[in-house]
Design a protein around this ligand. Structure first.
Ligand code: PEP
Ligand code: MG
Length: 749
């Protein structure tokens, strides 16, 4: 019996996630519960912002009229207040009973309600009722409690407005992919994908292989054509993304793999599908979200090849449809071709059912300055004429919005456009405070595609080049020459500017498909960063030689060591670096010894700065890992994400300690974690004395705007105050007030 109910409840939770509308989900929940535990009524109440309990839907009660219980009233209010189930045989006899007319409630005697709690807060109440005056038995009450805890997450995402008053509108929350607000008509992108190709064997392998090479050439030409379609100015900014596709196309691994599958007997399209699947799966296996997102590049390229072949077969060229009104592209994956089919000035936004903020569609949207929301899940029931609002800042999508909401977003849009123009003017201006203190702003990168956006937004160099990414796109550890080819492109793009190249930082959440590190109970504390590379010294030697050989301007190369926690690690690396320099000199590569620095990201490193000061040329604070280890909060665990704050007192005090030591020992210091892009954190970092920050390219101009709007004295005042506070929220709120006082409310949107 119990087992059956467990199975039923698991089924309910799973089925609910497949239903497309929140109304449908709620209806399904209440109907299913009534059936499973044989009760006459099952109702779901959701707390709204006014503290009222709104009946979302009910099986058994009349929910055709809005039913709202005033704050704290009735048995539902009591359950919410006490955060405890209530199971009684006669509701009307309870002192807290609150009669709601017209619901038909008076017909039912027994009552059992359980609170729905999400992240420590009551967000609703699940109620069952029966005609009979008979309490629910313990077993069923326990299951109701279990189910409520599982439903809380789902119910938490239901916007009360959506269900009650805007019956036609759909409000969906996805992931912010590219900032900005867009309003336009839906354009559904429902291309047939390579994935749908069935497995066919071929008759003549040589013909298929010849066709495969023809397809490669056609696709190269097509991509170059699309690049031109997007216009000179834009294509310059995003050419790196096209380059990624071209690089993948030119890569021997894909070409060979398809050939191999054809030789195994498959026709070209089946061979292509198998090969694309093979490579994209390898990316998928990686836990690191940035690297995992690269699997989409492979899938997009596969669809692109498929599309080009189909067009060739049917001899038809895709015409760019004439359009008058702004459109929002919507689909499972939006390809470059989809984007190219709409003139940039009419592209109001992109909504992808799949993907993350690190997907190439998001990167492309960022480069084009188009709002994008990713990972919304499949949105059904949208037709081409539907009006869509997309908020790329918060990740919200509203389908068929009511007029008042459209007006509100039009206002936000015009404010944002105005601010965007203001930011663009800053591109060539120095990041200088009002009292003339110069701050250097660099960018974090790893993918070729990210190089150009940084330059476009005025990056003064690369403050963090994550070398694990070029390692990822290979089938085995890259050779010295292959690495040189990758790194040289970076130095060429950023000619004359400093490049901080980090040695391979794998392990933890970053895995290589061809060298999985498994069997660790606690990978974040395991074999990662320099711990791994020193144990694989041959890989480290190859990489260091490649870094040094990839630029003649060795002054600009800064080698950065991840996860250093012991002097012996630093000493071992210095020996290796000396060795590499000697080897290269003997081989005739005359290069200066590059600068060497360590990341301060393991708390243990902080106390050792005095011992390391004469061995290194700079320090770079990796605030992402430093915060993770200081707060013992896994940076990838969404369950604890709401406990994380980049202005936690422990983080501020420790970083300040690092900065003071760096100043005392005259070691240059910078910060390259996410904190560098958070306006409130930046106030504190400037106040501490940090004068170099590195961040994702999309954030550079916002932070430059901040820097140019204040004096160092103002940041020092805020820091002084923050150092006296012991609560992260209070510090953050004070930071928000400071930004508002300084006239920078725009940065908080
Ligand atoms: C950091 O830890 O702050 C950092 C910049 O490195 P990564 O995010 O790549 O671990
Ligand atoms: Mg790190």
């Amino acid at each position: 019996m119990i087992k059956n109910i467990i199975l039923e409840l698991t089924r309910i939770v799973q089925d609910v996630s497949l239903i497309e509308t929140t109304r449908g989900q709620v209806k399904y929940i209440v109907d299913s519960i009534s059936q499973v535990i044989h009760v006459d009524v099952c109702s779901l109440y959701r707390l709204n912002e006014e503290g009222e309990m709104v009946l979302l839907d009910s099986h058994g009660l009349d929910s055709s009229q809005p039913l709202v219980i005033p704050p704290g009233k009735g048995l539902v209010g009591l359950i919410a207040r006490s955060r405890h189930p209530l199971n009684i045989d006669n509701a009307a006899e309870h002192p807290d009973y609150y009669f709601v007319a017209q619901s038909g409630e008076e017909n039912f005697k027994s009552f059992c309600g359980v609170p729905l709690v999400s992240f420590g807060k009551v967000i609703g109440v699940l109620v069952i009722q029966r005609y009979a005056a008979r309490k629910l038995d313990d077993e069923h009450e326990a299951f109701l409690v279990t189910l409520a805890s599982q439903l809380a997450l789902l119910v938490g995402s239901i916007n009360v407005l959506t269900v009650t008053s805007e019956i036609n509108s759909i409000h969906v929350n996805g992931v912010a992919g590219s900032p900005g607000i867009g309003i336009g008509q839906a354009r559904l992108c429902t291309n047939i994908r390579l994935n749908s190709v069935a497995e066919h064997l071929c008759e003549d392998k040589d013909i298929e292989i010849r066709q495969w090479h023809e397809l490669l050439n056609l696709t190269r030409a097509d991509i170059t054509h699309e690049q031109k379609l997007l216009g000179d100015d834009v294509s310059q900014n995003i050419s790196a993304i096209f380059d990624v596709y071209l690089t993948l196309l030119n890569d021997q691994s894909l070409m060979k793999k398809v050939e191999q599958e054809i030789r195994a007997g498959f026709c070209m399209m089946s061979a292509l599908r198998i090969s694309i699947h093979y490579f994209s799966e390898r990316f998928m296996q990686i836990e690191d979200p940035y690297l995992k997102a690269r699997h989409e590049d492979m899938l997009h390229l596969g669809d692109k090849l498929f599309d080009v072949w189909q067009r060739k077969e049917s001899q038809h060229q895709v015409a760019v449809e004439p359009l008058d009104n702004p459109v929002v592209l919507i689909g499972t994956n939006i390809s470059v071709s989809d984007i190219c089919s709409v003139p940039v000035e009419l592209l109001a936004g992109i909504v992808c059912f799949d993907g993350s903020s690190l997907s190439h569609t998001a990167i492309l949207a960022n480069a084009l300055g188009i709002p994008a929301v990713m990972g919304t899940g499949v949105l059904k029931g949208i037709v081409s004429e539907d009006r869509i609002i997309i908020d790329g800042n918060s990740g919200k999508v509203i389908v068929r919005p009511v007029e008042s909401i459209v007006d509100e977003y039009h206002k936000l849009l015009s404010d944002a456009l105005h601010f965007g123009h203001q930011l663009e003017q800053l591109c060539d201006l120095p990041a200088m405070t009002k009292d003339n203190v110069r701050i250097r702003l660099l960018t974090n990168t790893g993918l070729q595609a990210d190089l150009m956006p940084g330059l476009k937004n005025g990056a003064e160099g690369i403050g963090l080049y994550r070398t694990e990414i070029p390692f990822m796109v290979r089938e085995s550890f890259p050779t010295e020459d292959e690495q040189i080819e990758d790194y040289r492109k970076v130095f060429e793009a950023y000619r004359g500017s400093p490049v901080y190249m980090r040695t391979l930082d794998i392990g933890g959440d970053k895995q290589l498909p061809y060298y999985p590190i498994s069997g660790e109970e606690n990978p974040a504390l395991g074999w990662r960063g320099i711990r791994f590379t020193l144990d694989n010294i041959q890989l480290m030697m190859t990489q260091v030689r490649a870094m040094i050989r990839s630029t003649e301007d060795s002054e600009k190369l800064h080698i950065l060591l991840p996860m250093v926690s012991a002097t012996s690690e630093l000493d071992s690396f210095i020996n290796l670096l000396d060795d590499a320099c000697l080897q290269l000199k003997q081989e005739g590569f005359i290069r200066k010894r590059p600068k060497l620095g360590v990341m301060i990201e393991v708390p243990a490193a902080i106390s050792q700065i005095p011992f390391w000061k004469d061995k290194i040329d700079f320090l770079s604070i990796g605030s992402n890992d430093l915060s993770q280890y200081l707060l013992a909060l896994d940076r990838n665990n969404s369950r604890v994400a709401n406990r994380f704050s980049s202005v936690h007192p422990a983080i501020i005090h420790e970083i300040y300690r690092v900065v003071r030591m760096a100043k005392q020992y005259q070691v240059p210091i910078s910060l390259c974690g996410e904190m560098a892009a958070n306006p409130v954190s930046v106030l504190l970092l400037l106040g501490m004395g940090i004068r170099q920050l590195s961040m994702s390219s999309a954030k550079l101009l916002r932070i430059k705007y901040l820097i140019r709007s204040l004096t160092i004295d103002q940041t020092e005042q805020f820091l002084k105050y923050a150092l006296t506070m012991d609560d992260a929220d209070d510090i953050y709120n004070e930071g928000v007030l400071t930004l508002e006082r300084l006239g920078m409310s725009e940065l908080l949107k």
